[in-house]
Write a protein that binds this ligand. Structure first.
Ligand SMILES: [Zn+2]
Ligand SMILES: [Zn+2]
Ligand SMILES: [Zn+2]
Length: 213
């Protein structure tokens, strides 16, 4: 089943999806008219959106609305998992390099209730949580920066809003695009030089050739 996204647009500044989708009003912070819509439309939701653009590749649409939703699209998550699995040398569904779960628990990060109750919060025990918050903050900036590049490259420079269908047509989802975003995010020249990752390396190469034309 393909989804109908024809009512949605991308805010090229905030990378938010705006418009009405499944009878829910999706707005951007740059929309005028205060914050009342949030309570009106989104009571009971953790996130005021049913859909968002992937935080890493800024290309694919992903399900949102709850704190248990992912920060990365399916393609980016599978790339993230494949690289972790290759590095760790074992298949484990929770393997990942980037903590792409929106909730820290999804990334296996938790400060135990025991530590919370006893007030025994050492620097060591909160460090994983602190670095996850740092990561989350960086990812928001990354997505907006990435979005600006995609907007420029797609010929949308100067437009505040771009129909999502146009955005997706010009910036298609691909394994290569996800690998490329991943490598640049972690500031590595390429995926690790492991035979299991040859396909990802080649997919990225093909992507780079495609966008250089
Ligand atoms: Zn906006
Ligand atoms: Zn993605
Ligand atoms: Zn830039």
């Amino acid at each position: 089943m393909t989804n109908d996204y024809s009512t949605l647009s991308v805010c090229t500044t905030h990378l938010t999806l705006v418009g009405t989708y499944r009878h829910k009003e999706h707005r951007c912070p740059c929309d005028p008219g205060g914050d009342g819509w949030r309570e009106r439309e989104w009571a009971g939701y953790d996130i005021a959106a049913l859909l968002e653009l992937c935080s890493l590749c800024a290309r694919d649409v992903m399900k949102s609305g709850t704190r248990w939703s992912w920060l990365g699209c399916e393609t980016c998550r599978s790339v993230n998992n494949a690289i972790a699995t290759a590095i760790n040398g074992e298949v484990h569904p929770g393997n990942q390099i980037l903590p792409l779960g929106r909730h820290s628990i999804m990334n296996g990060i938790a400060v135990g209730p025991g530590a919370l109750r006893s007030g025994d919060l050492t620097e060591e025990s909160v460090e994983p949580l602190a670095s996850f918050f740092e990561f989350s903050k960086r990812l928001i900036g990354w997505q907006q920066e990435e979005g600006r590049h995609l907007a420029d490259r797609g010929g949308f420079a100067g437009l505040d809003r771009v129909p999502l269908d146009d955005w997706s047509a010009v910036n298609p989802v691909s394994v290569g695009a996800s690998v490329d975003a991943f490598c640049r995010f972690v500031e590595d020249d390429d995926v690790p030089d492991l035979r299991e990752l040859d396909d990802l390396r080649e997919a990225r190469h093909a992507h780079l050739v495609r966008i250089s034309r």
